[in-house]
Design a protein around this ligand. Structure first.
Ligand code: PLP
Length: 400
C-alpha cells in the first residue's frame, strides 16, 4: 500500500524556509570522553613511546581481534594501505575481481599494488558483488576476489567462499563499512581469508586515521607486520620490501577511548534508522537495501534508493533540493569506480556489463545518520522529502 504525500510545507527550493537553520552533515565522528583519552595520552607522554609497536597499538590489536572475530588484527595508518598490505600478503599477480559500487580506495588499492581491477556487476537488491557474475569474470589471470560489504550489508559469503575454493582464489573483504556487523551471530570477519576495516573518522569506530586487517590464520600477522614496518624482522634482518604503514600511539589512544562508546552509538543509530524506516514505509519510489538474512547491522548509514518514476523526482533533484533545506545527504557511490578516469578504459568497465551498478549509483542517497542527530532531525529530513514529493513537478521545474 502506498502512502500519499502529507506535507503542506513549502520546499526551500521554492522559496520556503529551510527545514534546518544550519547544515546537517551525513555523519559525525564519535568524540570520546576527555578523561578516557587523557588517561591513555598521559601514559604515552610519560613513556615517550609514540609509535613502533607501542603498548596502546598492541592493546587495540588484541581487543579488535577478539571483537571482530579474527585470530589477529594488524593495525595500519589507514584502511587503504591495509587493503594494499593484505593484497601483498597473498603474493598476487594478475587480476582482482571487485565491485564498481564502492569508495575509490578499494579499486585504487588494487591498481596501486600493480594488480589489475576487474569490475563485476552487483546484485540489484543487496547492492553487493553478485557471485554469479563474478564467476563469469574468472579467467586464467584471476588472482583474488575483493568484494565489499557495502553500507555494512554482508556479501553472499557462502557463495563467494565456494567460488574462491573452486578456483583457488583468496577472498579478501573490504569490510570498511562493516565494523561490528554479525551474520547469524558470528562476526563478519569470520568469513573470507582476510577482512580489512577502515578506522577513518567517518566510520563508526575510528582512530582519526587508521585501518586494520583481520583474519583467521594467525601466521599472516607476521607478514603484515613486516609490510608495515620496512620489512624489518630484527636488528640485522630485513625481509622483502616493506614501507611505513604503522598506526601511532596517539591514534591508538583515540581508538581505545572511542571503542568504549561504539556499542552505545550503534544503539542510538538503530533507533534513528528505525524512525526513518517507519516514516518512509509505503512511500512510492523509495526502496531500501535488502540486508542479508541473519544480519546484525551496525547502522553505519541510512541509504535509500529513489526511483524517479515512482517518487516524481530523480535522486539528483532530491539531492539538490535537500541541500537547499540544509540537509547534506551524499550520493554514495556516484560516479562508480568504473566511470572514473583511471579505470573507465578497462574492458570490464563497460556500462553494458554493469547495468545494476549503474542504476543503483544513480538512485542511492545516504541520509544523515549519527548518534546525536536526534529524532526531531530525522523527522525534519523526512518532512523535507515529503514536501518535495508533494510539489515534485514544481521542484523539477525550479531545478532546471
Ligand atoms: C573508507 C573506506 C576505505 C578506505 O579507508 P581509509 O581508512 O580512509 O583509507 C576503503 N573502502 C571503503 C569501502 C571505504 O568506505
Amino acid at each position: 500500500m502506498s502512502v500519499a504525500p502529507g506535507s503542506k510545507r513549502r520546499p526551500a527550493v521554492l522559496g520556503g524556509a529551510p527545514v534546518f537553520a544550519a547544515p546537517v552533515t551525513v555523519t559525525r565522528a564519535l568524540a570520546p570522553a576527555r578523561d578516557a583519552m587523557d588517561r591513555r595520552l598521559d601514559g604515552v607522554l610519560a613513556d615517550r613511546w609514540f609509535t613502533n609497536d607501542g603498548a596502546l597499538v598492541r592493546e587495540l590489536e588484541s581487543r579488535l581481534a577478539e571483537r571482530l572475530g579474527g585470530a589477529y588484527c594488524a593495525a595500519f595508518c589507514n584502511g587503504t594501505f591495509a587493503i594494499e598490505a593484505a593484497l601483498r600478503s597473498f603474493d598476487l599477480e594478475g587480476e582482482v575481481i571487485t565491485t564498481p559500487f564502492t569508495f575509490p580506495a578499494t579499486v585504487h588499492a588494487i591498481a596501486w599494488s600493480g594488480l589489475e581491477p576487474v569490475f563485476c556487476d552487483v546484485d540489484p537488491e543487496s547492492w553487493n558483488l553478485d557471485p554469479a557474475r563474478a564467476a563469469e569474470r574468472i579467467g586464467a589471470r584471476s588472482a583474488a576476489l575483493l568484494p565489499v560489504h557495502v553500507f555494512g550489508n554482508p556479501c553472499d559469503v557462502a557463495a563467494l567462499a565456494g567460488l574462491g575454493r573452486r578456483h583457488d582464489l583468496p577472498v579478501i573483504y573490504d569490510a570498511a563499512h562493516a565494523f561490528d556487523v554479525r551474520l547469524h551471530g558470528r562476526p563478519i570477519a569470520a568469513h573470507g581469508d582476510c577482512s580489512v576495516f577502515s578506522f577513518h573518522a567517518t566510520k563508526i569506530f575510528h582512530t582519526g586515521e587508521g585501518g586494520g586487517a583481520v583474519g583467521p590464520d594467525a601466521g599472516r600477522y607476521e607478514r603484515l607486520r613486516l609490510l608495515r614496518n620496512f620489512g624489518i624482522a630484527s636488528e640485522d634482518v630485513v625481509r622483502g620490501v616493506g614501507v611505513n604503514g604503522k598506526l601511532s600511539e596517539l591514534h591508538a589512544a583515540l581508538g581505545l577511548a572511542v571503542l568504549d562508546d561504539v556499542a552505545a552509538e550503534t544503539r542510538r543509530r538503530a533507533a534513528l534508522a528505525a524512525r526513518y524506516r517507519e516514516r518512509l514505509a509505503g512511500w512510492e519510489g523509495i526502496r531500501l537495501q535488502r540486508m542479508a538474512p541473519g544480519t546484525t547491522p551496525n547502522h553505519f548509514n541510512f541509504a535509500i534508493a529513489i526511483e524517479e518514476a515512482g517518487f516524481g523526482l530523480s535522486r539528483d533533484a532530491v539531492y539538490h533540493a535537500l541541500r537547499a533545506e540544509n540537509v547534506m545527504a551524499r550520493r554514495y557511490f556516484n560516479p562508480l569506480c568504473s566511470e572514473i578516469d583511471a579505470y573507465r578504459g578497462l574492458p570490464s568497465a563497460s556500462p553494458d556489463a554493469l547495468p545494476h551498478a549503474h542504476r543503483i549509483s544513480r538512485e542511492v542517497l545516504c541520509l544523515p545518520l549519527f548518534g546525536d542527530l536526534g529524532e526531531d532531525s530525522v523527522d525534519g529530513v523526512v518532512d523535507a522529502l515529503d514536501s518535495l514529493r508533494a510539489c515534485a513537478p514544481e521542484v523539477r521545474r525550479a531545478l532546471t
